[in-house]
Design a protein around this ligand. Structure first.
Ligand code: PGA
Length: 240
């Protein structure tokens, strides 16, 4: 299975900026890893146009559970698909924290994404306090149980909350332990399909630490925030 390097632009990217990040990806050349960029919703169609004909995929950062309806300000999975997205990030810790998203809601969004033909990237991860209390496995196990629907065929991203945007990357040992735990949970629940699920690591991934993180067993790629906003850094991670 090829590793996936996914860029989560978060709430960054006016038109000129989005073009400046996406355009250099056209010259990436042959890579051993797959690339995905997830711009803000307003830039998805433009970035899809820029990257047309290239192997770089485009995704959204969230979607609603319904296909359409009276939901002011929301965007459906079908709308993302219609704009040219092929993936969607769901249950990112910033949405779980800032928008009170529960596992049940993330699960419903995951079903909506799959129904619309998108590959969901479902995020899980413990807070610093939870890790200090030795609860990282039970927290992540609970998130997996609650957020992944039966028959799940998507991507999982392990993002310890304390490592996101902090420059404080998880150690290789922490990543190895959590990715093995997540793999075991996926296999326990989904059987052979769980062996194939890509499990991304996210949290302060940089060109300088990417090679060692991507070499950890059961790491299927990276979910990259800050470093995905510069094509040079993003490609540096893809080539690490
Ligand atoms: P970061 O963000 O790379 O800036 O730590 C990762 C993420 O939130 O997906």
């Amino acid at each position: 299975m090829r590793q996936l390097i996914a860029g989560n632009w978060k709430m960054h990217g006016l038109t000129a900026e989005a073009a400046a990040i996406a355009t250099p990806l056209l010259d990436a050349g042959a890579l051993t890893r797959d690339l995905l960029v997830c711009p803000p919703a307003t830039q998805i169609a433009a970035v899809v146009r820029i990257l047309a004909g290239s192997p770089v995929a485009v995704g959204g950062q969230d979607c609603h559970t319904e296909t359409h309806g009276a939901h002011t300000g929301d965007i459906s999975a079908a709308m993302l698909r219609d704009a040219g997205a092929r993936f969607v990030i769901l249950g990112h810790s910033e949405r779980r924290q800032n928008h009170g998203e529960s596992d049940a809601l993330v699960r419903a969004k995951t079903l909506a994404a799959v129904a619309a033909g998108l590959t969901p990237i479902v995020c899980v991860g413990e807070t610093d306090a939870e890790r200090q209390a030795g609860r990282e496995s039970s927290v992540v196990g609970g998130q997996l149980t609650g957020s992944l629907p039966d028959g799940f065929a998507g991507v999982v991203a392990y993002e310890p909350v304390w490592a996101i945007g902090t420059g404080r990357t998880a150690t290789e040992a922490d990543v190895a332990a959590m990715h093995l735990f997540i793999r075991q949970e996926l296999v326990r629940r989904f059987g052979a399909a769980g062996e194939e699920t890509l499990i991304l690591y996210g949290g302060s991934v940089r060109p300088s630490n990417a090679a060692s993180l991507l070499a950890v067993p059961h790491v299927g790629g990276a979910l990259v925030g800050g470093a995905s906003l510069k094509a040079e850094d993003f490609l540096g991670i893809a080539r690490a």
